[in-house]
Design a protein around this ligand. Sequence first.
Ligand code: 13P
Length: 255
Amino acid sequence: MRKLLIAGNWKMHMLNHEAVGLARQLKVKLLGAHRVDVLVCPPFTALTAVAEILSDSDLHLGAQNLHDMRCGAYTGEVSGEMIRSAGGSWVLIGHSERRQLFGDSDAWTNRKLHAALEAGLRPVLCVGETLAERQAGRLDAVLARQLEAGLAGLSPAAAGTLTLAYEPVWAIGTGVVATPAQAQEAHAVVRRIVGGLLGSEVAASRQILYGGSVKPDNARQLLEQPDIDGALVGGASLKADEFSAIVLAGEGVVK
Ligand code: 13P
């Protein structure tokens, strides 16, 4: 049985005092939520401050990106080790905004995945198709390409801390959520492809999160799907009430 994971991607939001306030509220609101794992991913600048708040809680902390090198002359970049030293233990990799806006290729995403594992971070590898790719009937091919390239060189033994996220680009920040059936279908494809690459045991044990306009009122139907093991929440993760409601929706799901 895969435990549900509800993750908040705060993107480029939250000044330090706001991040601390949100983390404090979440800590209180989610005190009793033990059946679901919870992860928050603030901007780099707020990692240390949020780590301090969450240090006596069960909430997990991660970053939204990393550079694949350990250190060096890479102005403006942040390494996995730096994330660790700031208190983070997870990291998002290959988010569609990184791919579309900042040139994160499949190959670079793969290098970041290996760098994350080397730094002892738990990677959340994000994949997902654009609307044009979906309409052209290329869902499976796009997911296969992103997963094959993204997971290249990963052994089944090293996949023990891997989490995947299916985030259809057309559903991110648009308010258009994939239907539970559409999301389930894509998650099953992701699991089948991961099975082909890393074996059925790895595929069965890895969590696959759904991301794209997850809100308190649609979370439950999504999380009830057999291959949806959690959510990667953007906009709704910035409000303690909404994010907590999504976590509590997960608490209520029996699989
Ligand atoms: P929204 O929940 O705002 O659509 O964002 C989803 C996302 O990109 C999470 O990583």
